[in-house]
Ligand binder design. Structure first.
Ligand code: CA2
Length: 146
């Protein structure tokens, strides 16, 4: 059994309360439940951390080293700005999946750059709530072969 760290960045705690045309009406708890179900179907567990603070996300990535087989991370807006999170992911040696509810590549110009993308195994974007299940499946598929 492995532990998969699911990391949620700033403002994702507001999911389901605003901008439903972009992010849907499901809450973060709904998304986490789907991720847990997907992991448990493979005998794994999900540990979830949400923070609005960059340093907390960096601490969580560092804390996963040698303990978690994979990290699924939706960095929120830190996707586009956090070199600290990018460096932390670069130093992590497990499987990493960058996850987005929306498809940032099809949105405003400033969302089209991900500074973490060079340091992740792969990306799931644009599938809303379903992305949480897909991202866990992708992580599991690579665990042990990363
Ligand atoms: O599409 C995604 O998952 C994003 O990571 C979401 C971030 C955004 O900055 C990224 O460009 C793409 C925003 C998360 C904030 O989510 C909210 C949801 C509902 C209400 C308010 C914020």
């Amino acid at each position: 059994m492995a532990v998969i760290l699911l990391l949620s960045g700033p403002n994702l705690n507001l999911l389901g309360t605003r901008e439903p045309h972009i992010y849907g009406t499901d809450t973060l708890d709904d998304c986490i439940a789907d991720a847990r179900d997907a992991a448990e179907a493979h005998g794994h567990t999900v540990e979830h951390v949400q923070s609005n603070h960059e340093g907390d996300l960096v601490d969580a990535v560092q804390g996963a080293r040698g303990r978690c087989a994979a990290i699924v991370v939706n960095p929120g807006a830190y996707t586009h700005s956090s070199f600290a999170l990018a460096d932390a992911l670069a130093a992590y040696d497990g499987v990493t999946v960058e996850l987005h509810l929306s498809n940032p590549a099809s949105r405003e110009e400033w969302r089209r750059t991900s500074v973490v993308a060079p340091y992740v195994t792969g990306t799931v974007a644009g599938f809303g709530r379903a992305g949480y299940r897909l991202a866990v499946e992708a992580a599991v598929a690579r665990m042990g072969s990363a």
